[in-house]
Design a protein around this ligand. Structure first.
Ligand code: FAD
Length: 374
């Protein structure tokens, strides 16, 4: 019987697997996909996550591939409203880095393969989990397996959460966006830029390889829109003409949700399975990694001292759901600030943004944007 089986080998499952393996536990990951996903999702990686990646031995490899973002700028009507430096946000890593999620995931999987060869199993779909008190029985489409603890890191549509009977509650309203990557030879010279325009926010972030990610708020889910539509929207709102598109544009709807608990006996949740946070602000994957960092010592203790299990796992549930609520609030604030604004509302918002980017507020805001309070 394994110490831990992790359902889902996305960024959170793979990170948790590495942290547990480094801590000496016998862990196996079950991932339903036969091949990695190249969908465009997370890019932003924050200082607390870089510390976690250093602890499992892959921060240097990641930093070699990623772009460092040392500051963010807010603009409106072709003028700068304010600038936020991340230099003082964290002494060890005074920046946020950007790397496509599929590259980050590949580094995590490669590290776990070094630590526990053959224990990241692809093409295995978990169909049911049953907590028998002393162990958890995991049924899959390829057979059954048992573990002391099972972690659902199987994303927002978590089967594990459903099997454990854990509720899933929506927080706040739904927003829609259009996103795409474009060539940008000057990409690394400019940091992150938020354009708080009348028609809604447009965000732009540097990516490695002279690319830039653009994200624009839309009035509806523009499933038929292509990169030319996105380029036209960017030009219309900000006056910026983007260079050639790199890949197709994609639309997405943002919904924030929180699980009623991250712990049901020997079944636990981490990452998007426990909390779905708006990508605006780039926190979801990072928050899941911080779950992993908190869950690893709790599981070690629970395995060594069964009498302490209930209290350490309840502590994990309490502290991580409270961090998720803070992240959701922050993301809600980011989305609120980016909504269309005109007249008096626009003036008040711009004045507020200026205040937030000046002392004494700016250091607090930089801490929040680099996830130092989660
Ligand atoms: C457009 C966009 C931009 C984003 N940008 C950022 C950002 O900049 N920074 C940030 O921190 N976050 C960002 N996020 C959020 C981030 O992508 C997610 O928070 C992150 O992917 C969650 O990781 P996870 O491992 O919990 O879940 P997932 O990535 O969803 O992985 C779950 C895994 O479980 C597997 N699985 C599911 N069901 C089963 C089953 N029954 N059996 C076996 N395997 C199963 C799936 O195949 C998948 O591989 C963004 C999201 C989007 C959509």
């Amino acid at each position: 019987m394994r110490d831990v089986v992790i359902v889902g080998g996305g960024p959170v499952g793979a990170m948790l697997a590495c942290v547990l393996a480094v801590g000496g536990l016998d862990v196996e990951v079950l991932e339903q996909r036969d091949t990695p996903s190249f969908r465009s999702r997370a890019i932003g990686i924050h200082p607390p996550s870089l510390a976690a990646l250093a602890a499992i031995g892959i921060a240097d490899a990641l930093l070699e591939r990623a772009v460092r973002i040392r500051e963010g700028e807010v603009r409106c009507d072709a003028r700068r409203l304010g600038r936020l430096s991340f230099e003082k946000a964290a002494p060890a890593y005074p920046f946020v880095v950007a790397l496509p999620q599929y590259e980050t995931e590949a580094l995590l999987r490669a590290r776990f393969e070094q630590l526990r060869p053959g224990q990241y199993r692809r093409g295995v779909t978990v169909t049911a989990v049953q907590d028998d008190g002393d162990a958890v029985a995991v049924s899959t489409d390829t057979g059954a397996i048992e573990a002391r603890y099972v972690i659902g890191a199987d994303g927002a549509r978590s089967r594990v959460r459903e099997q454990a009977g854990i509720t899933w509650r929506q927080l706040g309203r739904r927003e829609t966006y259009l996103m795409g990557d474009f060539a940008d030879p000057d990409s690394s010279d400019t940091g992150a830029v938020l354009y708080f325009e009348r028609g809604g926010v447009v965000e732009s972030f540097p990516l490695p390889g002279d690319r830039r990610r653009w994200v624009a708020m839309t009035d509806f889910l523009a499933t038929d829109a292509d990169s030319a539509d996105l380029a036209a929207l960017i030009r219309h709102r900000t006056g910026v003409s983007v260079a050639e598109p790199l890949g197709a544009a994609s639309s997405f709807a943002v919904q924030q949700r929180l699980a009623g608990s991250m712990c049901a006996g020997r079944i636990l949740l981490a990452g998007d399975a426990a909390h779905q946070i708006s990508p605006i602000g780039g926190q979801g994957m990072n928050l899941g990694w911080l779950d992993a960092v908190a869950l690893a010592p709790a599981l070690q203790r629970a395995l060594l001292e069964p009498a302490a299990a209930a209290s350490v796992l309840a502590h994990y549930d309490r502290t991580r759901r409270s961090a998720a609520r803070r992240a959701a609030l922050q993301a809600g604030f980011n989305m609120q600030m980016g909504r269309p604004a005109h007249g008096l509302r626009l003036g008040v918002r711009n004045a507020f943004v200026r205040t937030l980017t000046l002392p004494p507020a700016n250091e607090l805001v930089a801490r929040a944007f680099t996830m130092r309070w989660l």
